[in-house]
Design a protein around this ligand. Structure first.
Ligand SMILES: Nc1ncnc2c1ncn2[C@@H]1O[C@H](COP(=O)(O)OP(=O)(O)OP(=O)(O)O)[C@@H](O)[C@H]1O
Ligand SMILES: [Mg+2]
Length: 376
C-alpha cells in the first residue's frame, strides 16, 4: 500500500505539490493525470526519495519512506522515468539487468529474464539485446525502460508516462498487455499519463491534479458520472459518453442470440427469425459461420440460401472486448447488432446498439446539472 499524507513540495517560493493526500491499495492501479507542470513527476520522485517532501508523510507498506534507506526502498519499487533514462554505455540487456545484477542474480538468469521481458513489451530479443540506447528509436527505448522496471518483479511500480513516445498502435497493444499483466500479477501501480483515454482504460483510481492540488480522487466511473468540479468536467472532455464505453465489457451487456445450426430445417430459421432480426448460423462446434438478416427476407425466401457467410474475426467482437470496440465495429459494418465470440470463434452472445446506447447515457442527468451550475 502507498499512502500520502498532506504531502507538500516547494521549490523556492513555488509550490509544486500542495498538501496531497491519497492512498493506493495493494494491487491497485492509480493513474495520476493533469496538465503539464501540475506536479505528477514531483509526486513520483518523492515516493522514490529522489527528492524529499517539504512537509507531510509518505508511507509504503506502512513504513515512512524517510525512515528507510533509499537503496532498500528502491529495490521494492520499479521506476519508469519520464525521460526514459537508459544508461548510454550499457546494452539493452545490461540496462534491463541493472537491478537483478545488484541483487546478485546469475548471468544466465539475467539474460533469460531480459529476453522474456523484451518479448513482453513487443521487441524482438535477438535484434535488440545487444544494442546500445542510441541505436534505439524513442518508442523502443521507452519499452526497454518498462522492461527494466519490471526486471526484478517489484511489488510496486511507479511509471511516468511509460508509453508516451510509443506510436498509437503499439501503445494500444502495450496498454492491453499492461492490463493483462496487471490482472495476473496484481502490482501496486502509480501510473502517470497525459492521455485521458489511457487513464480511463487502465485506472482503478484516477487522481486528477491541477497546480499541485488534487481535484478528484475516484474510480473512472465516478469521475465520468460525477466530476467533482468544472475543471474535472472539462478535463475529461465532451465525449464522456464514449469514454464510459471503454469501462464496460461486452460480456456484461450481451444477450443470448437467435441461433440455428448449419443445415437445420427451414422451420428452425422461421422460428428463430420470429424472435430476432439477426439469426446466427453456427457449426457443430458452435463456431460462428454467418447469419441471416431477417429484414431482407420474404415468406418465399429460402432461408438457408439467404445466409451471409462471414469471417468471424472481422464481423464479431470478442467477449472480453470493451463496448467501445463493439460500437466501432458496428459502425464500421453498418449493423445495429454484433455477434460476440469466445477465443475459439464460438458464438456466445449478441450486443445491440440499444445496449450500447444505454451504457453511454448512464449518469448523464447528473452531468447536465453540473454543467448548468457552472454556467450559472
Ligand atoms: N528542480 C526543480 N526546480 C524548480 N522547480 C521545479 C523543479 N522540478 C519541478 N519544478 C516545478 O514544479 C512543478 C511541477 O513539476 P512536475 O515535473 O512535477 O510536473 P509534471 O506534472 O510532471 O509535468 P509534465 O506533465 O510536463 O511532465 C512545475 O511547475 C515545475 O516547473
Ligand atoms: Mg512529468
Amino acid at each position: 500500500m502507498i499512502r500520502l499524507e498532506g504531502v507538500t513540495r516547494r521549490y523556492g517560493g513555488e509550490v509544486a505539490v500542495d498538501n496531497l493526500s491519497l492512498e493506493v491499495a495493494d494491487g491497485e492501479v492509480c493513474v495520476l493525470i493533469g496538465p503539464s507542470g501540475c506536479g505528477k513527476t514531483t509526486t513520483l520522485r518523492m515516493i522514490n526519495r529522489l527528492i524529499d517532501p517539504t512537509s507531510g508523510h509518505i508511507l509504503v507498506n506502512g513504513r515512512d519512506v524517510m525512515s528507510m534507506r533509499p537503496e532498500e526502498l528502491r529495490r521494492g519499487l520499479g521506476y519508469v522515468i519520464q525521460s526514459i533514462g537508459l544508461f548510454p554505455h550499457l546494452t539493452v540487456e545490461q540496462n534491463i539487468g541493472v537491478v537483478p545484477h545488484l541483487l546478485g542474480w546469475e548471468k544466465s538468469r539475467i539474460a533469460e529474464r531480459a529476453s522474456e521481458l523484451l518479448v513482453l513489451v513487443g521487441l524482438d530479443p535477438a535484434g535488440h539485446l545487444g544494442k546500445y540506447p542510441r541505436q534505439l528509436s524513442g518508442g523502443e527505448a521507452q519499452r526497454v525502460g518498462v522492461a527494466r522496471a519490471l526486471a526484478a518483479d517489484p511489488p510496486v511500480l511507479l511509471m511516468d508516462e511509460p508509453f508516451g513516445a510509443v506510436d498509437p498502435l503499439n501503445r494500444e497493444r502495450l496498454q492491453a498487455e499492461f492490463g493483462r499483466i496487471q490482472r495476473e500479477l496484481h502490482k501496486t501501480v502509480i501510473f502517470v499519463t497525459h492521455d485521458i483515454d489511457e487513464a480511463i482504460r487502465l485506472a482503478d483510481k484516477l487522481a486528477i491534479m491541477r497546480d499541485g492540488t488534487l481535484q478528484q480522487f475516484a474510480s473512472p466511473e465516478e469521475v465520468l458520472n460525477h466530476p467533482a468540479n468544472k475543471f474535472v468536467h472539462d478535463f475529461v472532455g465532451a465525449d464522456r459518453a464514449l469514454k464510459r464505453l471503454v469501462r464496460v465489457r461486452v460480456e456484461d451487456v450481451m444477450r443470448s442470440p437467435a441461433i440455428v445450426r448449419e443445415g437445420a430445417e427451414e422451420i428452425a430459421y422461421r422460428v428463430a427469425a420470429g424472435r430476432r432480426r439477426f439469426v446466427y448460423v453456427i457449426d457443430v462446434n458452435g463456431k460462428l459461420l454467418g447469419w441471416v438478416d431477417t429484414d431482407d427476407i420474404t415468406p418465399d425466401t429460402n432461408l438457408t440460401d439467404a445466409m451471409t457467410l462471414i469471417d468471424a474475426t472481422e464481423a464479431s467482437v470478442r467477449v472480453d472486448a470493451s463496448l467501445r470496440d463493439a460500437l466501432s465495429r458496428m459502425l464500421g459494418l453498418g449493423f445495429r447488432a454484433i455477434a460476440v465470440t469466445d477465443e475459439h470463434s464460438r458464438l456466445v452472445g449478441e450486443v445491440t446498439f440499444t445496449a450500447v446506447e444505454g451504457a453511454m447515457t448512464e449518469g448523464d442527468e447528473h452531468i447536465s446539472n453540473i454543467a448548468e451550475e457552472d454556467a450559472g
